[in-house]
Write a protein that binds this ligand. Structure first.
Ligand code: SAM
Ligand code: SF4
Length: 346
């Protein structure tokens, strides 16, 4: 596909043309993966963060957030619950802390999960930028996948989103380290950011391709009023509709371009539309990540406003998800780790 073709697809707004785009991407998904969905139980391990990303509700500078870190016993208990419920895999996500204590904490939790499940539960980490040594320790302790979004592959846009404490090249280096350590590497971007152009999104797609990623985790940007980027943006019904549509177009184009990678239908889609996650699957996504964090912590992990399932228990969310996925004619791959086909092939 040429850049021009991608640009045209990413600019579609006509409902019939969009339907055709989603259907085309869905057919590619069926061809490579079949009508199957992998699930990962998401555990929001800690909202303590040293970074100050302009878009994120749990940025260091948001003093309205009550900070927490779930203790090790509770994380292991949740992971074992997920294993017994046949989730096949989990994602442990957190704010970014680069400290020997945090590195050792995650390492020890990983080892305990591996021991308690006989290594039978796939574990993805999403704990930000760390040194190659820390990534290696976590890999050896049982993590097999890592999600680190590039957020915006245009370095200038990236700089505007993180003017103070981020370095685009350092983030690229982290992705390279993860790849060298034989992780299944996931990255992605936010879609519909203020100041982002369609050319930026084409550049993002080319970035995914050039980095030869195994997994794509991306979603629409959703404003949070207590952040520099989200302050003052009025989130109308029309805004939500447009952001959801932008997210779906990008999923479809990613599936058309990359074909055999895992693509998450992320929570941000669900936050914008009750059936957003299902629409993401029908546009080419093949992974969903239901939140299995104890409900008491969830209010403390609001990256954006309107986060769904704040009160829904993990068991309810599991049942609800099964029903919804069956309703679109897809089946959940229970008890399977759902590794990236792209990774297996490379
Ligand atoms: N701290 C780690 C990091 O930044 O890589 C992992 C956790 S971070 C909360 C996970 C992702 O949330 C980020 O990569 C970012 O894309 C997304 N995110 C943060 N704020 C968001 C917002 N307002 N709208 C949509 N996604 C957002
Ligand atoms: Fe911290 Fe990640 Fe949020 Fe940035 S996106 S402020 S690193 S939690």
């Amino acid at each position: 596909m040429t850049d021009l073709e991608l640009k045209e697809l990413l600019s579609l707004t006509d409902p019939a043309a969009l339907r055709e785009l989603y259907d085309r991407a869905y057919r590619v998904k069926l061809q490579y993966i079949g009508p199957r969905v992998s699930i990962r139980g998401l555990i929001e391990v800690s909202n303590i963060c040293a970074k100050n990303c302009f878009y994120c509700g749990i940025r260091r500078g948001n003093h309205l957030v009550k900070r927490y870190r779930i203790d090790a016993d509770e994380i292991v208990e949740t992971a074992v619950w997920a294993y017994e419920q046949k989730f096949g895999s989990i994602v442990m996500q957190s704010g970014e802390i680069e400290s020997p204590e945090f590195a050792a904490f995650i390492e020890s939790v990983l080892k305990r999960i591996s021991a308690a499940t006989g290594g039978g539960l796939g574990v993805t980490l999403s704990c930000g930028e760390q040194s190659p040594e820390v990534y290696e320790r976590w890999r050896n302790a049982g993590a097999t996948r890592y999600l680190l979004r590039i957020e915006a592959s245009n370095p200038e846009l990236y700089r505007r989103l993180h003017p103070a404490d981020h370095d685009f090249n350092a983030r690229l280096e982290c992705l390279r380290s993860l790849r060298k350590l034989d992780y299944q590497v996931g990255s992605g971007v936010m879609i519909g950011l203020p100041g982002q152009t369609v050319d930026d999104l084409v550049h993002d797609l080319r970035f995914f391709e050039e980095f030869d990623l195994d997994m794509i985790g991306m979603g629409p940007y959703i404003p949070h009023a207590d952040t520099p980027l989200g302050h003052g943006i009025e989130v109308t019904e029309e805004y939500r509709r447009r952001q959801l549509e932008a997210g779906l177009r990008m999923i479809a184009c990613t599936r058309l371009l990359l074909r055999d990678v895992n693509i998450a239908s992320t929570t941000a889609l669900q936050a914008l539309g009750d059936d957003g996650r299902e629409l993401g699957l029908l546009a080419g996504g093949n992974v969903v990540m239901p939140n299995i964090t104890e409900t008491g912590y969830r209010k403390g992990y609001q990256l954006y406003e309107g986060k769904p399932s704040l009160e829904e228990s993990s068991a309810e969310s599991r049942d609800n998800l099964s029903r919804r996925i069956a309703s679109i004619g897809e089946t959940i791959r229970w008890a399977e780790p759902g590794d990236s086909l792209h990774y297996a092939a490379r």
